[in-house]
Design a protein around this ligand. Sequence first.
Ligand code: MG
Length: 383
Amino acid sequence: MKRIAVLGSTGSIGRQTLDVAAHHPDLFKIQVLAAYDEVDILAEQVYRFNPACVVIYDASKYQQLKDRVPASVEVLTGQEGLCQAAAYEDTEIVVVAVSGAVGILPTLAAAQAGKRIALANKETLVAAGDLVIPLCKETGSELIPVDSEHSAIFQCLRDERKALQQIWLTASGGPFRKFSREQLQRVTVEMALQHPTWSMGPKITVDSASLMNKGLEVIEAHHLFQVDYDRIQVLIHPQSVIHSMVEFVDGSWLAHMGVPDMRIPIQYALTFPERFETPTQRLDLLGMADLHFEQPDLERFPALQLAYEAGRTGGTMPAVLNAANEIAVHSFLAGHLRFAEIPDVVAYVMSRHQVKVVRTVDDVLQCDQDARELTRERIARGG
Ligand code: MG
């Protein structure tokens, strides 16, 4: 029986993690739950899973939650509460499924405590991969990716990293794959939130539509698998049947296939190296007309190019890319920025940044804060 902490339990990955745990009550015990501010859903989850500890990030909701859960449940709040939850002594696995750079400190806390980390938060590796990866090596903390592409690569690669030629990251291409530049100018929030193959939270869905998600995944893959950017290729594959591929030095390729259902990579990260049954649909290759591949168009989707640039520059630049993108995406969702302007804003903030080497988490958090401020200013100024 593995005891699990789920950080971001009310989000899309968090809820699917709880589904996985409920499906295998003999394998998993939910010991810690943490969410941003959704008291109702969190209280319901506490009732259902009976954890020892629960965290509500928004301190103004602390009392409201405390009044709703049994007195035996420890209630924590804020960034400090989230970090305590990540290092909770009575757990073996921490699922980091919070959205955005808020995942950095709890991931480091889990790594410091030597937990297995099932990482669904790519922003953490993008911004702080230079800190997280060495710390995991030092403490023996296992970092298992939940992101479907990285889970695929992780499964294909296993112990053969030395023979790796290159990684092929597949991308669905999002809802605007065939849009012209003019059409991209007129994208609404509603249109951006309709993803053709995956059902996800709003931030990642917008990132998928701009291809920034794939860019962040390129940087994530660089850190996870310690591969140079020249050996990470992106391929548009609209059916999302192949979740990614690895190419070995002898010319062999391994591809990971399956239905697009996040419960599969979530469960694998919890049970690795073993596999167990899931209640998901099965792949029906005969019911599929064809599998299609194409080159990503960096002119229509410049966010992917920006991510490669930030990754190759290294240091604090990926953290700046990520912070600017987070603010730009939230501004777009709030109706203050057009979809096509997201990469323009990110490029502007990157152009203003003086790159530093990442030595401490404060180096990352300071650049993150500065970039957020500059992005907000730029958006408020307009154009
Ligand atoms: Mg992904």
